[in-house]
Design a protein around this ligand. Structure first.
Ligand code: GLC
Length: 399
């Protein structure tokens, strides 16, 4: 199989248009709607060879922005197919997802300069990042909170077991029920995120904040290009403030940990979240060296035969096989963490290690096809088929 050609074909097959809005669904069989960070991944890949579709992806995503600035994590363009309405309010979810939109937009422009496109989406971008900064940080401590694990994109990661009161061996259905209950609470709170975080679930997550920092920098580039001095200042300032706060409150034993609640208790579960800050350059070069050597390349923890485990093999929650009912973030290899780690490694000049991740990603797709996630020990595919994230290998290069 020519994996790179297949990747492009998959994105094309999963392309949909509703009411004039074009977008790509993550998997025809399992995920027939538009998802936030998935669309950003699609846009980043499409930016290389189909700028028009890349822009359409972002425009569609922003078309359902809430009045308060939130961009919902799912848009149910053609409702009624799945049970996924549980996240919903009138046609969209009421949660968000890792805020990759500014990065994707800047990537489109970097490869295909188009100031008019940037100008057309700039107000929506600014409103979205302003919402996150103003509404998800009630105490102005410069760490952005998520109100549900699904906002991190890592729906059932064991990072969230303690704040959810979930047992290590919880079933897929029971886990889902806990997250669904949070949506009900959110509805009862009338979507007042501050109130909801205080009462029910308030996690300052490492990948979410690291991704936000890098996206605020992209937003600053966009604002600077468009000569919006205030926006540039706002985005750079908050990128810096969040980075400082992550160092102050989330850094311990040489790595970053997510934290929960009012007292910032660290959620000491070793997951790929340790590596996410490489993407935003949050480790010093010395720390990054130690991280790569002791954690990333360590076969006993993260470095599996078929890729980087999303949860360390030493954790009691580690499950290579995932759930029989579907996907799992409790150990399996996923392509988006691979991509974030790949980009982070390149940022620090770890070319050999980055190349290894690319090779393993390609090998997985060759062996098991475009699956949602993979068993790190055997390479066996799990979850959805025809899942688009494998196409991120097209952006594992240093162009
Ligand atoms: C799963 C993933 C989530 C992704 C969604 C659509 O729920 O956990 O990250 O956005 O599928 O692909």
């Amino acid at each position: 199989m020519n994996v790179l050609r297949e990747a492009k074909r998959l994105l094309e097959n999963n392309r949909r248009t509703t009411n004039g809005y074009q977008y790509t669904i993550p998997s025809a069989e399992h995920y027939p709607y538009q998802w936030l960070w998935d669309s950003c991944f699609h846009a980043i890949i499409l930016a290389q060879y189909d700028a028009k579709s890349a822009k359409a992806e972002i425009v569609s995503l922003l078309s359902k922005q809430f009045e308060n600035g939130l961009v919902p994590h799912i848009i149910y363009w053609q409702p009624g197919i799945l049970h996924l309405f549980r996240w919903g309010v009138e046609g969209t979810s009421s949660l968000t997802q890792p805020p990759m939109i500014a990065y994707a937009a800047w990537e489109i422009h970097r490869r295909n300069p188009d100031g008019a496109f940037l100008e057309s989406i700039y107000p929506a971008l600014l409103a979205y990042y302003t919402y996150l900064i103003e509404k998800r940080d009630p105490r102005d401590h410069n760490l952005i909170g998520v109100i549900n694990p699904d906002e991190t994109g890592e729906d059932n990661s064991p990072r969230f077991d303690a704040p959810l009161s979930a047992a290590a061996d919880i079933s897929y259905a029971d886990h889902l029920a806990l997250r669904t209950q949070l949506v009900e609470h959110n509805t009862a709170c009338k979507f007042d995120a501050e109130l909801c975080m205080r009462e029910f679930f308030w996690v300052k997550d490492v990948p979410f904040n690291a991704i936000l920092i890098e996206n605020l920098r992209a937003l600053a580039h966009i604002a600077s290009f468009l000569k919006h001095g205030d926006g540039e200042h706002f985005a750079n300032l908050h990128a810096e403030l969040i980075a400082d706060s992550m160092r102050e409150r989330l850094f311990a034993d040489g790595v970053f940990w997510s934290a929960s609640g009012k007292d910032y208790s660290l959620l000491k579960v070793a997951t790929w979240a340790h590596f996410a800050p490489l993407f935003a350059g949050l480790y010093t070069p010395e720390e990054a060296n130690a991280l790569v050597e002791t954690h990333l390349m360590n076969p006993d923890t993260f470095n599996a035969p078929y890729g980087i485990r999303t949860v360390s093999k030493q954790e009691p929650t580690y499950r290579a096989g995932g759930y029989t009912e579907g996907f799992s973030w409790r150990g399996p290899v996923w392509m988006s963490p691979h991509w974030f780690i790949y980009r982070g490694l390149l940022r620090y000049g770890f070319k050999k290690e980055a190349a290894q991740i690319r090779e393993k990603s390609l090998a997985l797709l060759e062996k098991s096809g475009f699956r949602e996630c993979f068993n790190p020990e055997t390479g066996e595919g799990q979850g959805a088929k025809g899942f688009t994230w494998g196409a991120l290998v097209l952006d594992m290069n240093d162009e």
